[in-house]
Design a protein around this ligand. Structure first.
Ligand SMILES: Cc1ncc(COP(=O)(O)O)c(C=O)c1O
Length: 409
């Protein structure tokens, strides 16, 4: 068989987040991970009990949820947004998707034509970059301002607009930097998008998770921006439901109709059983969310302490949201790269074979710690590592002990 694939598939890079984890699973026993961003929390008890009841008694749980999602779920989600000061029509302005990742994919496929340019503040969540490329678009990177807590460079965004620009994609709080963008900057970007007739996509996967009194702000709450802003939300992290695969797109009805058409011709709907689970999560008590936030704040301290102890090697901006830190590599060991790391490096796409990827592979094969090379989050990510503090505190501690020992040995 001559295995041939479409050009667009050939261009698609595998996620280094998953690739690093897979190397660890295959090669390293007893590794500890600062890699994937999956909270360690179990499903809250009341969600599993509520879902078990529905499984037993709901006659429709085994069927497709036709329409734009379960209408009860969409209206419960609209109530959640209302508490954030965002008013939407739950019948026309929201679509339940298969994770927000599914929503982002379907939206970019609906909007981006071959050769369209999409402005992406960099570093960015790698799915955004790869989905734009997969849709035939061209990512136009505008670097975030690293030494100002990875702030948006609104001037650079404005100056990047050309006649092929279609959209701007933001991730707030930011994966991978942990930045929470100030309302003032977001309003400026909103104004830039509106006055240039661009779509503005905002990925709010970590909206519930901000620290130090920083608040998450969505441009959906600015009524005149609502025509062109497309927002993604998800219960994945807030309710420890990453495996359920539910998310929401909020947009103008004309956009929702098109995104719905892409979804419908793809996978029909988000799993009904998961939509019911999300409904239980939205309707039930929310105390666990505070618990998650407090626990993650503690883990953030452990991580920052670990990084402070490595100040001559890694320089970081303190994260105020999400559960990531994105330190810059300022020094490493001078030794030759590990032989197994060298072998795995060849399996990584050439454009990602940078110093940070070498260090991440060395950390895996020499110290048994999973990290993610910064280059996979865009060109400005080069020479950085993404570290997640979603895992157990003891693992974070252990990871830093190992990194410390190895770097100093
Ligand atoms: C910024 C960002 N957006 C979207 C997603 C995907 O979330 P979901 O589980 O809703 O597809 C993730 C997952 O890590 C993420 O970090």
């Amino acid at each position: 068989m001559d295995y041939r694939f479409s050009e667009r598939t050939e261009k698609l890079s595998p996620s280094l987040i998953r690739q690093m984890y897979n190397f660890a699973l295959e090669d390293i026993s007893g590794f500890v991970s600062l890699g994937v961003g999956v909270p360690s929390f179990p499903l809250p008890e009341h969600i599993s009990r509520g879902l078990a009841d529905k499984l037993r008694y709901d006659p429709n749980i085994n069927k497709y949820a036709l329409g734009r999602g379960l209408s009860e779920l969409n209206s419960e989600f609209a109530k959640k947004l209302k508490r954030k000061g965002i008013e939407i029509d739950s019948e026309r302005e929201v679509l339940t998707t298969t994770g927000s990742a599914g929503g982002i994919f379907c939206t970019l496929m609906a909007l981006v034509a071959e050769g369209d340019e999409v402005i992406i503040p960099d570093p960015a969540y790698s799915n955004h970059i790869e989905c734009v490329r997969f849709a035939g678009g061209i990512p136009i990177y505008t670097p975030l301002i690293e030494n100002e807590e990875w702030r948006l460079d609104t001037e650079a965004i404005k100056n990047s607009i050309g006649n092929k620009t279609k959209a701007i994609v933001l991730c707030n709080p930011s994966n991978p930097t942990g930045a929470v963008f100030p309302e003032e900057d977001l309003r400026k970007v909103g104004e830039i998008a509106r006055s240039n007739g661009l779509y503005l996509l905002e990925d709010n996967a970590y909206e519930f998770l901000t620290f130090d009194g920083r608040d998450h702000f969505s441009l959906q709450s600015v009524s005149r921006d609502r025509d062109n802003v497309i927002s993604f939300f998800t219960p994945s992290k807030e309710h420890a439901m990453t495996g359920f695969r539910v998310g929401w797109v909020v947009a103008h009805p004309k956009v929702i109709d098109k995104v719905f058409a892409v979804q419908d011709q793809n996978y029909i709907c988000a799993p009904s059983i998961s939509q019911h689970a999300a409904l239980v999560a939205l309707q039930g008590p929310q105390d666990h969310v505070n618990g998650f936030r407090e626990e993650l704040a503690r883990r953030r301290e452990v991580m920052c302490q670990g990084l402070d102890n490595l100040a001559e090697f890694l320089n970081y901006q303190r994260p105020h949201g999400a559960y990531y830190v994105f330190p810059r590599i300022i020094r490493s060991r001078d030794t030759e790269i590990n032989e197994n790391a060298k072998r795995r490096l060849k399996e990584i796409p050439e454009r990602f074979r940078t110093r940070d990827t070498e260090l991440a592979l060395d950390l895996l094969y020499e110290a048994g710690v999973v990290t993610v090379p910064g280059i996979s989050f865009g060109p400005a990510g080069e020479n950085h590592l993404r570290l997640s503090f979603a895992g157990e505190e003891s693992d974070i501690q252990e990871a830093f002990d190992r990194i410390n020992n190895w770097l100093r040995s």
